[in-house]
Design a protein around this ligand. Structure first.
Ligand SMILES: Cc1cc2nc3c(=O)[nH]c(=O)nc-3n(C[C@H](O)[C@H](O)[C@H](O)COP(=O)(O)OP(=O)(O)OC[C@H]3O[C@@H](n4cnc5c(N)ncnc54)[C@H](O)[C@@H]3O)c2cc1C
Length: 494
């Protein structure tokens, strides 16, 4: 029935059908990296991208004066790996070195304290409770078995054991939210404590930013000169069998491919806006449902003149704002001399609030909060305001994945597992260890290209030995090593 459905659909639109070996859906960092590697290895590829730009969740926009604001990814999380120059090196940092992209360090974080300030506890008090709490969670989760438990659960357990007052419990909650949940884009109630602590033990070192030209310099570099990227092609339907795949776009185009690599966000997969025929298998749908997808938005406020002491780097205010319940923290930007504040908001509240519609109210709340932080200064109105809107954008529907308490340990593996050996999946959420990060997304592209080249044998034989490009050779070495890990995995499973 599936075969005839495909034949029928393609016959209907034969004049609109384009064929290719590998079709990639999405031109974010994973789609672009996959296209680059496939092209390097002589594989015919087309990339379909819904928007009129590449980069996906990597998006830098200019302010009026040309200052680059990263609305999505901003930090390269680590300049070297736990094992320097080993495979744990952040591959994005390697790129910046390869194409000489200048980086700025973010320097020492000079925290100004807790806001609203408390006359009962100092930051040092709360920091020491936090350290003790984290040790407690590590001990409690060491041999934890199901059901999974959240960070919020352990805050209550810890507070009970310490006989904390509700104020003490709340202030510990706020600091933990700021340190853990804010980065994950999720509530402390939603994040699985054990899995989070196990995975984030990899340390990549320093975390620089690309201040002058923005993070998008990397994806622009990957997209440069590519003729195989088709913009404004919104995929609506994927019909697959174990021999070929037809992909439909909303403007009636049909793309026929031997293999399709899907790199759209987990938020898009959860929304069911792309129809699969036949439906994706239940084990894949379960993983899509169970893995967490967070909310994380940024607002940049810019001023002509700085009104704060430029020697201080970060202020933060993890406590919720009264009327919206949004928690946020702000960082003062000083590395390129532009007086700006980046405020980040995360968690479920964003998904409930009409973010854009409430822009004026939100900006007013930020101003009120900052005013409370600095009562001695009359804070001027910002001259420019820029907001992200990942949550309401139908091509993302959130920010990035996190380990939810509903999740099973192998769900990211299930998300990455191909269907019918034709339909492949990449993108940050399919990464078991670097989920949420742009380098995680990039590595998943390498994983899937490895699968195509070496497991599905797409690599033309002569390419292995005759490639003269050092870049191709070194990338192929990487791919070969990934291939060997596939083999080890198969042996282990076998
Ligand atoms: C606010 C924010 C801050 C972040 N900060 C950092 C950071 O500091 N450091 C870091 O390393 N990472 C950060 N990240 C995460 C990082 O941006 C992502 O992990 C990474 O960019 C994801 O890349 P991807 O290729 O997996 O997916 P995406 O970038 O989402 O690419 C998927 C592409 O698919 C397209 N698409 C969607 N639907 C369709 C359709 N129907 N048809 C065709 N195309 C479609 C989308 O338009 C998109 O271009 C941040 C993310 C956000 C949102």
């Amino acid at each position: 029935q599936t075969q005839s459905h495909i034949r029928h659909s393609a016959e209907l639109k034969l004049s609109n059908t384009t064929s290719t070996k590998v079709l990639i859906i999405g031109a974010g960092i994973s789609g672009l990296e996959a296209a680059r590697l496939l092209e390097q290895n002589g594989i015919e590829t087309i990339v379909l991208e819904a928007q009129n730009r590449t980069g996906g969740r990597v998006y830098s926009r200019g302010s009026k004066h040309g200052f680059m604001l990263d609305m999505g990814a901003r930090y390269i999380h680590g300049t070297r790996g736990s094992i320097p120059s080993g495979f744990l090196t952040n591959p994005l940092w390697d790129y910046t070195q390869e194409v000489n992209i200048p980086l700025c360090t973010t320097g020492d974080h000079d925290f100004l304290g807790l806001y609203p300030p408390s006359d009962k506890f100092t930051l040092a008090n709360v920091q020491s409770w936090y350290d003790e709490y984290l040790t407690f969670v590590r001990e409690e989760t060491r041999f934890a078995s199901l059901p999974n438990s959240s960070f919020a659960y352990y805050i209550d357990l810890f507070s009970q054991q310490k006989n904390f007052t509700s104020d003490q419990r709340d202030v510990l909650y706020d600091l933990t939210f700021f340190i853990i949940a804010d980065r994950e884009g999720a509530e402390l109630e939603a994040i699985d404590a054990k899995s989070y602590l196990d995975i984030t033990s990899i340390n990549y070192g320093e975390e620089p930013v690309i201040c002058d030209t923005g993070f998008m310099t990397i994806t622009n570099h990957l997209a440069k000169g590519r003729k195989d990227i088709r913009l404004k092609q919104i995929v609506s339907k994927v019909n697959y069998t174990n021999t070929l795949i037809d992909v439909w776009t909303t403007d009636g185009q049909v793309y026929r491919a031997d293999y399709v690599l899907i790199t759209v966000s987990l938020g898009v997969l959860k929304s069911n806006t792309i129809e699969f025929y036949p439906s994706l298998p239940q084990w894949k749908l379960n993983a899509i449902n169970r893995i967490g997808f967070g909310y994380y938005e940024k607002i940049y406020l810019l001023w002509e003149q700085p009104w704060w002491n430029f020697t201080n780097f970060y202020f933060f205010r993890p406590a919720p704002i009264n009327s919206t319940g949004l928690r946020f923290w702000v960082s003062a930007n000083k590395w390129n001399g532009v007086p700006s504040l980046m405020c980040t908001f995360s968690g479920k509240t964003i998904s409930l609030l009409k973010w854009k519609e409430n822009e004026n109210m939100i900006v007013q709340e930020i101003q009120d909060s900052i005013q409370k932080m600095f009562p001695q200064i009359a804070i001027p109105t910002p001259t420019e305001i820029y907001m992200s809107n990942w949550n309401e954008d139908v091509y993302f529907r959130g920010s990035y994945s996190f380990i939810s308490i509903d999740q099973k340990l192998d769900d990211p593996l299930r998300l990455s597992e191909p269907v019918e050996n034709r339909l492949l999946f990449a993108g940050e959420a399919t990464s078991s260890d670097n989920y949420g990060y742009s380098h995680g997304a990039l590595l998943t592209a390498r994983r899937e290209v490895t699968r195509l080249l070496y497991v599905y044998n797409l690599l033309p034989k002569q390419n292995i030995t005759t490639s003269e490009s050092t870049k191709t050779t070194s990338t192929n070495t990487f791919l070969l090593v990934t291939f060997l890990s596939f083999q080890l995995l198969i042996l282990e499973l076998g």
